[in-house]
Design a binder for this molecule. Structure first.
Ligand code: NAP
Length: 250
């Protein structure tokens, strides 16, 4: 019997590419979109049921989890992909913008995860995949709000991966770099001790650079690069973002 995956934020980008991949591999898919005008996005894919969900609405999480389970009888995987990018200097960012960024990227994700956990615990199986970002691993300038929200996603995933292991629930974070491509190729045969999965050439090279340089030297090199003075060592160690588009059609 095919397994069922729920993916949030699938009208475009990584979410849409994820739907296409899992549908092509024979999964049952529950896709969410935020706007009614996007409800037909996956209408060419018979194994995909598309539902409306704004993850900002925490009261919708419980009823949505119930509805998602009713589509195919059970849910095996939840992918918390919905998110958006708040960029700019903190000084010019209103607290309302800060709250809205956290509402979508962190609080909405937590609310939805909570809503699926009772059924995952009852079936003693379930996978939660949270889409974080390489910015959650290191803070780029003009990214303090987005980067900190994604750092929260990475770390809460680590906490939950341990907290829920005894119930058979697996939690993983994916940290895409810019131009995230082949995002799911690294979770085909996961190492049970690995929680963070880096995706895209820039994201993959960053933890490798940290290991080679050590935390303090890495930070100095990173700082110089971001300030416009990358060293030859930095240019050798750290890859540029990939250029393969995530979506084959736009
Ligand atoms: N692209 C990158 O380089 C990159 C790198 C690292 C991490 N990420 C992360 O990857 C995830 C997907 O991003 P993407 O690059 O694929 O961007 P995208 O094309 O903009 O997709 C984001 C999706 O999330 C949806 N969304 C936003 N706010 C929502 C809300 N409140 N409720 C429900 N859905 C909502 C959007 O819906 P609407 O179309 O209705 O706005 C859209 O479908 C995000 O979490 C992002 O932070 C992306």
């Amino acid at each position: 019997m095919p397994k069922t995956i729920v993916v949030t934020g699938t009208a475009t980008g990584i979410g849409r590419a994820t739907i296409n991949k899992f549908a092509a591999e024979g999964w049952n898919v529950v896709a969410t979109v935020r706007k009614e005008s996007d409800l037909e996005t996956h209408s060419d894919l018979p194994s995909v049921k598309t539902l409306l969900l704004d993850v900002d609405d925490e009261t919708a999480a419980g009823p949505f989890a119930q509805l998602a389970q009713e589509q195919f009888g059970r849910v095996d995987v939840l992918v918390n992909n919905a998110g958006y990018y708040q960029m700019g200097p903190l000084e010019g960012t209103s607290m309302d913008q800060v709250h809205r960024q956290y509402q979508t990227n962190v609080f909405g994700l937590l609310a939805l995860t909570k809503a699926f956990l009772p059924s995952f615990r009852a079936q003693r199986a379930g996978i939660v995949i949270n889409i974080a970002s390489i910015t959650g691993d290191q803070g780029y300038p003009y990214n303090s709000v987005y980067a900190s929200s994604k750092a929260a996603v990475a770390v809460l995933s680590e906490s939950l991966s341990i907290e829920l292991a005894e119930f058979g629930v697996v939690v993983r974070a994916i940290l895409p770099g810019l131009h995230a491509t082949r995002i799911f190729t690294k979770i085909v045969d996961p190492d049970p001790t690995t929680v963070r999965y880096y995706s895209g050439p820039d994201a993959v090279s960053i933890p490798r650079g940290k290991r080679i340089l050590g935390a303090e030297s890495y930070w100095q090199e990173f700082r110089n690069a971001v300030l416009g003075h990358p060293s030859d060592l930095w240019n050798t160690l750290i890859s540029k973002p990939g250029t393969t588009p995530v979506e084959t059609e736009v």
